[in-house]
Design a protein around this ligand. Structure first.
Ligand code: ZN
Length: 252
């Protein structure tokens, strides 16, 4: 059953599924890796492929579907999810889940662990691929993390969550990862860079400034402000990035 709309795209040997819009919801899923990145909403049909979830920060558009994921995994007799959050937020997330369980009159199993920058999480996929996620410091208005997913020390996917562009500059592997999923909250001049930076976000001019640094095969930009229509944003991005960063830019 498809209860929430999201996009899906095959990039090399993995599928990227998800949606991201500021203030609405952000969630990503790589089914081949049993991996989720943020859970602002939780689509019912993705439940089996979200055994491992990395949450960048606790703003509602990034975490509101967490309780649904935990409850639905149990309802569908799936193993409890492994959930990773910034260490500073572990206690409040645990309390949030306690309140939900009290409201629901039930208990659900889950594993919750706080991470600090530099922490590593390793796992093996169903097909035998060994992966490692590294937590990196991101720059937002709350304790926050970005994540770098590597296979045999090759950076496969980098995820900025919500952050100033400094996350890219301070983690050169983000420019090297095969797939980069980055936020670009402002894709036009509706907000100035100063306004966007004040709220801990990235402006399209930040991306333009760094255009020579991106060595990624695919660069997904998303998390656009809900104050602008997607039609308008797509038209502006086509003007701002006429060659679409060498054809690598994917507007999501
Ligand atoms: Zn945020």
């Amino acid at each position: 059953m498809r209860d929430i709309c999201y996009r899906s795209k095959k990039l090399g040997d993995v599928t990227v599924r998800g949606t991201s819009r500021a203030s609405i919801q952000s969630f990503w899923n790589i089914p081949e890796w049993d991996l989720g990145l943020d859970v602002g909403g939780h689509p019912w049909d993705l439940t089996p492929q979200l055994g491992r979830l990395f949450i960048s920060h606790t703003h509602r558009d990034h975490i509101l579907g967490l309780y649904q994921l935990i409850a639905r995994r149990q309802k569908r007799s799936l193993p409890p999810p492994e959930i990773f959050v910034p260490a500073e937020s572990e206690d409040v997330v645990r309390r949030f889940l306690e309140v939900w369980q009290e409201m629901d009159g039930t208990r659900y199993p889950f594993h919750l662990q706080g991470l600090v920058p530099g922490d590593l999480v390793e796992w093996e996929t169903a097909s035998g691929t060994r992966l490692q996620a590294k937590a990196v410091r991101s720059f937002h208005r709350l304790p926050s993390l970005g994540f770098l997913i590597s296979e045999s020390e090759t950076p496969r996917l980098a995820y900025t969550g919500d952050s100033l562009p400094a996350i890219l500059d301070e983690n050169p592997a983000f420019y090297q990862a095969e797939i980069l999923i980055m936020e670009m909250t402002s894709a036009d001049m509706y907000y100035t860079p100063e306004q966007i930076h004040h709220f801990g976000h990235t402006h399209f001019l930040d991306v333009q400034e760094r255009r020579e640094k991106f060595a990624n095969r695919w660069i997904l930009v998303s998390h656009f402000t809900c104050k602008r229509s997607m039609d308008l944003l797509c038209r502006h991005i086509a003007e701002a990035f006429p060659d679409r960063l060498g054809g690598r830019l994917i507007v999501w």
